[in-house]
Write a protein of this length. Structure first.
Length: 138
């Protein structure tokens, strides 16, 4: 509707209807917890990988692997990935600097997805299923 040179738009405030009607009360009650649960789960899944690299003696092996597939300098990249995985995961769990951490995780999981893409989708065949899902979480 046009009135005196301005546009008026009608807005609706109706709530979307759930696909399964009896779950409305459950989803409404749990909605505030979904983002923290996703953030904490992602951080908790990243931390053991970083711990193994940084404190479990896996930094040299990961660095050598990175070098063998052409990612140089391998040791420094392994250190960076380990730091992002462990301390970034910890920061996600604690809710600190979540957006910068999410960007860092997106970058290295994106690289991991590209690396595994030639093996197909299924993780059991070395595919990109797990790294791709890691990009979607934070």
């Amino acid at each position: 509707m046009i009135t005196e040179g301005t546009y008026k738009m009608a807005y609706t405030t109706t709530e979307p209807k759930p696909i399964i009607p009896f779950t409305k009360s459950i989803t409404t009650a749990l909605t505030p917890y979904t983002d923290p649960l996703l953030r904490i789960t992602t951080g908790a899944l990243l931390m053991p990988h970083g711990y193994g690299k940084l404190f479990g003696g896996g930094l040299e092996g990961t660095g050598q692997f990175f070098e063998s597939v052409g990612l140089t300098p391998g040791y420094e990249l392994a250190l960076l990935v380990g730091l992002v995985e462990f301390f970034g995961g910890l920061m996600l769990v604690l809710g600190l600097l979540t957006r910068p951490v999410a960007i860092a995780v997106l970058i290295f999981m994106g690289q991991a997805t590209l690396f595994h893409a030639s093996n197909g989708f299924m993780w059991s065949n070395g595919g990109y299923e797990y790294p791709c899902s890691g990009r979607l979480r934070p």
